[in-house]
Design a binder for this molecule. Structure first.
Ligand code: HEC
Ligand code: HEC
Ligand code: HEC
Length: 134
């Protein structure tokens, strides 16, 4: 009555097709590029202080909002100093603070932005770091 062989063969093909995208994407671009942190300024920091302005998780999710808020505070309110949650003070500057540590813009900012398909327009005015300094 039932053609067991055909059903099983059909099931195997179905499962194969259904899970193909999962296998196909394994080990491919679906993993985020690793952030390169080997810049002179970061290497100079003592290991215990090798941190960003805020926690890595916070920065990963919120660096755009943080930059927006820095810009507004500097330009609208003339406030130049940011106090982080840990009480450390930073001059609020894209070029002189962020890019001092992350002087490898191409390897750091750009690589992740390419992956995420975003193109911040900041660099038509702000000067990117000179990468040959690394
Ligand atoms: C004092 C040096 C320093 C400054 C200044 C600095 N960073 Fe960082 N940043 C780091 C370090 C070190 C890490 C890695 C932190 C870790 O692994 O815990 C990091 C991590 C990050 C990450 C997360 C990367 C990831 O893989 O998730 C982003 C995004 C980032 N920084 C952006 C910025 C921006 C934007 C600014 C300016 C608002 C800035 N950083 C200022 C040193 C700095
Ligand atoms: C770990 C990945 C990662 C790293 C590293 C990273 N970014 Fe981003 N960035 C993103 C993502 C994802 C977005 C888009 C977020 C969104 O649209 O909500 C973004 C958005 C931005 C934006 C807002 C752009 C827009 O058009 O809205 C700015 C500005 C920005 N990043 C600056 C920087 C700078 C400067 C650095 C290097 C110091 C940096 N980012 C490093 C992932 C990263
Ligand atoms: C049309 C030109 C222009 C563009 C585009 C632009 N900025 Fe600016 N930005 C300025 C000018 C001018 C200042 C004021 C500089 C000063 O007071 O020293 C400034 C100041 C800032 C400041 C505070 C001071 C400093 O030295 O960093 C931050 C932070 C900032 N911008 C972030 C951004 C980010 C992030 C982007 C992209 C999302 C961006 N800007 C795009 C022109 C621009």
């Amino acid at each position: 009555m039932y053609n067991g062989g055909k059903i099983i063969a059909g099931l195997i093909i179905f499962i194969g097709l259904f899970t193909f995208p999962i296998f196909y994407n394994m080990g491919k671009t679906s993993t985020m590029p690793e952030s390169k942190l080997d810049t002179p300024a970061i290497k100079e920091l003592p290991e215990a202080e090798r941190k960003c302005v805020e926690s890595k998780e916070y920065m990963r999710a919120n660096h755009m909002q943080l930059l927006d808020s820095w810009r507004d505070q500097v330009i609208r309110d003339g406030n130049l100093v940011y106090e982080s949650t840990s009480g450390k003070k930073y001059i609020m500057s894209l070029q002189n603070t962020c890019m001092h540590c992350h002087s490898n813009k191409k390897e750091f900012c750009d690589k992740c932005h390419n992956y995420a398909n975003v193109t911040p327009y900041c660099w038509s005015c702000h000067i990117p770091p000179k990468e040959n300094e690394i």
